[in-house]
Ligand binder design. Structure first.
Ligand SMILES: *Cc1c(COP(=O)(O)O)cnc(C)c1O
Length: 420
């Protein structure tokens, strides 16, 4: 809890702590965006709070420059670093392979490459950008069960050997273009307990795995193991255990076809670091389940209808595409109100009402939050959203002429700087 009586003091003290040079740097970055493309962006080592404040302070209200009121990100590379260490600590026997589709940010990718992570790629371009960072081809898995011929040839020419399949046509294709590939059989699992159901598209049902293994054997291909994906945003930890049991059956079955499997790709769907209810990452590991009943809370709230509509400078076609694609819920919080910086502060003393929050495009689907509890906001005030890393800017489009949001990098873990 924040002690309200101390808030005023904080507003006055904190701005003087932001190094004036940072404000200058940010001001010049807006103007020098072309030069910036060619260089690695600067990584600051300031708390997120200071980064946000410095960015707001760099705005020149008198300027007509439209750039200054664009939405922006503050990316904490320290968070990526902590997540990597957490994985290594909790799952020491599982090598992390970063699914780059979730956030191919060059700084995130470089940090993970430097930390020794592998990469899960789905296309030629993804493989190419990982190789260009100097990552060994053996640290890449081409985890798309249905690949283009030319992409398979590309993998062959670049010595990327690990790849997945879930159908016989793919085996004939691989025989032709990459006969010494290390194949991983993607099996179908129960994805009914996940927000994004991937089973609609990929995964061999267990009654077909015998036929697929026989075909691979006939073709003289090397199958090394099994992969599954319980679906992104998994909310039932049992799904992982059940998937491992299924995989085990295919391991046993493979012996009949002369294969000795030694590889299991456990896919994704793990909850993020900030999940504190439902299943957390630690609970997944322990395979415990806690049921969460959200329907009750929602139906009570529904009796109060939103009284204000706010339009902000990023939306469903930009960073918030995760709402539509990944069934995420993005809760707005107040960053700047009446000129006061309110990051992570409780504004309980200000009267709140229900409001809907909308993106900038002219499309009615561009609704970020149908109902949020917010104080009365004025034009020029700022909102912020926490945890907008995976599946956000990666799929943002420029629909209606709106640009992708700028990213400012900082790290709350000093060790990160050693990796650049
Ligand atoms: C997307 C993907 C992942 C990562 O999934 P998350 O739900 O983001 O953890 C892992 N493996 C494969 C094959 C994927 O396509």
């Amino acid at each position: 809890m924040i002690d309200i009586s101390h808030q005023q003091e904080q507003f006055e003290v904190v701005p003087t702590l932001v190094p004036p040079t940072l404000v200058e740097v940010l001001k010049s970055r807006v103007k020098a965006s072309l030069i910036r493309e060619a260089q690695l962006p600067q990584i600051h080592t300031l708390p997120i709070e200071y980064m946000l404040q410095a960015r707001l302070a760099s705005f020149d209200a008198q300027s007509d420059d439209a750039e200054v009121d664009n939405a922006f990100y503050v990316a904490d590379l320290g968070e990526v670093y902590r997540q990597h260490l957490r994985w290594k600590f909790l799952l020491p026997r599982i090598e992390p392979f970063f699914a780059m589709k979730c956030n191919p940010d060059p700084m995130v990718m470089r940090l993970l490459a430097s930390l020794g992570a592998g990469f899960d790629c789905a296309s030629k371009n993804e493989i190419q950008s990982v190789l260009e960072m100097g990552v060994e081809p053996s640290r890449i898995i081409y985890a798309n069960p249905c690949k283009q011929n030319s992409f398979v040839k590309f993998a062959y020419n670049n010595k990327v050997r690990m790849m997945t399949f879930d159908n016989a046509e793919e085996l004939y294709k691989i025989k032709r273009f990459h006969p010494d590939a290390q194949l991983v059989l993607r099996i179908l699992t129960d994805d009914s307990k996940s927000l994004c159901k991937l089973g609609l598209k990929f995964g061999a049902p267990l009654d077909t795995t015998g036929f697929l293994l026989a075909t691979a054997q006939d073709l003289g291909l090397n199958v090394i193991g099994v992969s599954f994906h319980v679906g992104s945003g998994c909310f039932d930890a049992n799904a992982f255990g059940e998937a491992v049991i299924r995989a085990r059956r295919v391991f046993d079955q493979a012996r009949n076809y002369g294969y000795e499997f030694n590889f299991l790709d456990v896919g994704g769907g793990f909850p993020s670091a900030h999940v504190t209810e439902g299943i957390t990452f630690e609970k997944v590991i322990a395979r415990r389940t806690i049921h969460r009943d959200r329907t009750e809370v929602l139906s009570q709230e529904q009796t109060l209808s939103p009284s204000h509509m706010y339009y902000i400078n990023d939306g469903m076609y930009g960073s918030f595409n995760c709402i539509m694609f990944d069934h995420q819920i993005c809760e707005p919080k107040v960053l700047l109100k009446d000129g006061a910086f309110t990051y992570q502060q409780s504004l309980l003393e200000i009267p709140h009402g229900y409001a809907s929050v909308w993106g900038p495009t002219c499309d009615s689907i561009d609704c970020i939050s149908a109902k949020s509890c917010l104080p009365l906001m004025e034009s020029g005030d700022w909102l912020y959203f926490d945890n907008m890393g995976a599946y956000t800017i990666t799929a943002a489009s420029q629909f209606n002429g709106f640009r992708k949001s700028e990213i400012l990098y900082t790290t709350t873990e000093p060790e990160v700087s050693l990796h650049f």
